[in-house]
Design a protein around this ligand. Structure first.
Ligand code: MG
Length: 395
């Protein structure tokens, strides 16, 4: 048994002070009361769950929500779902899971800097892409086209379906029975005009998503040789990041410069967003969650937003990535035949609904064969889709 005043390696820990007798760690309510800003969504104010559950002895409602997301099948499958590049392109680039983890890191940094509810932010960030089908946006486009006259397909709406219906982890209720604020946050992303004004915790995750993909897609594209660092340096957002890096570190080789510029792009956007958003919170006199909700649903009036100049520079980077990366020949060469296979699988299961797993077969009675088929296909990973296509279409 080691002395509690020393570290594992035996080096004395000079600042160690043993807890006083009778010490109790602060419970989540006390932590939130001490740490959250008045504009943050406190778990103590939650509107609860659709299926009421007794409180947990020490986890807050949003901690439970986060844990339920991480333990869901939909979350695990993100590891083998495409972000932009598939397994054909190598193994350096981000998968849907590592993208999600980068978004979660950035969102948590933003949440802490703005004294928002980190548990809720982590839940929303970890869940933000669970509705994506295989093949990323390519798969989404194909399913949307196949269901064009039957309500379409959207990954944000699908995430809500997973949360409320499709996950089957708990015998007591369908879905994950998450807190109403989590469902509400997911509903704000459907962008169909019916959504309530997003909480700041939701706005943080949307901003972190954009910071993450603008930056890591540029990094992945350089690694894959789709674009060069020199080309990216012609874009103002990247050029200014490189100037700050060189001012700080002096001249660098291209590998070091690239890595430092990618870090700087994230750090700059996060710091700028915190600064600008705090000024806007003060300027708008936001003092409560009710004030946040009253601030409006118009995306142009979001409280958490970059300055117009930074937003314009980000759009320029996004236009570049769209034409040079997302619509590049090498990406389309994989995307188009994969979309074809996804469509073939959809038609096959829609024609053979008895081949769906039993729970999808049962849901087909309530939602129709084509919607239930889409639910099944959307849950597949890229590699499962490929293997299943091989199984169904091999001679
Ligand atoms: Mg995302």
């Amino acid at each position: 048994m080691s002395d509690p005043g020393t570290t594992t390696s035996g080096i004395p820990a000079p600042d160690y002070e043993p807890p006083a007798p009778g010490y109790e760690p602060p419970a989540w309510r006390a932590r939130e009361a001490a740490l959250l800003a008045p504009w943050a969504m406190s778990a103590a104010e939650t509107a609860g769950r659709v299926y009421p559950e007794p409180p947990h002895p020490f986890r807050s409602p949003y901690q439970r929500d986060r844990d339920r997301i991480v333990h869901s099948a939909a979350f695990r499958r993100l590891a083998h779902k495409t972000q932009v590049f598939t397994g054909y392109h190598g193994d350096y680039h981000r998968s849907r899971l590592t993208h999600t983890l980068e978004v979660t890191n950035i969102a948590r940094t933003l949440a802490r800097a703005l004294a928002l509810n980190e548990d809720l932010v982590e839940t929303l960030a970890l869940a933000h892409d669970i509705g994506h089908p295989p093949l990323g946006h390519a798969g989404e486009d194909t399913l949307a086209e196949l269901l064009r006259t039957e309500g379409g397909f959207n990954h944000n709406a699908q995430a809500l379906r997973i949360m409320e219906l499709l996950e089957t982890r708990y015998p007591e209720f369908p879905g994950l029975n998450l807190s109403r604020e989590v469902l509400e946050a997911q509903a704000t992303r459907k962008k169909d005009g019916t959504a309530p004004a997003p909480l700041l915790e939701t706005q943080v995750v949307d901003a972190a998503d954009s910071i993450a993909y603008d930056t890591h897609d540029a990094d992945d594209a350089i690694e894959l040789g789709l674009v060069s660092l020199e080309e990216l340096l012609e874009l103002p957002l990247v050029a200014e990041a490189a100037t700050r890096v060189r001012d700080r570190l002096g001249p660098l080789g291209s590998g070091d410069l690239r890595r430092a510029v990618i870090h700087e792009l994230v750090d700059f956007q996060v710091a700028e967003l915190v600064r600008t958003s705090l000024a806007r919170l003060r300027g708008l006199g936001i003092r409560s969650v009710a004030d946040v909700r009253a601030a409006g649903t118009d995306p142009g009036r979001r409280i958490l937003a970059h300055t117009p100049a930074v937003a314009a520079a980000k759009r320029e980077l996004e236009r570049f990535l769209f034409t040079r990366v997302y619509r590049s020949e090498r990406v389309l060469a994989v995307r188009v035949p994969a979309q074809q296979r996804l469509a073939e699988m959809f038609d096959w299961y829609a024609a053979h609904p008895e081949q769906l797993p039993p729970r999808f077969h049962e849901r087909a009675a309530a939602f129709g064969v084509r919607r239930s088929t889409a639910d099944y296909i959307a849950g597949m990973t890229d590699r499962f889709l490929e293997a299943d296509h091989g199984r169904c279409f091999s001679d």
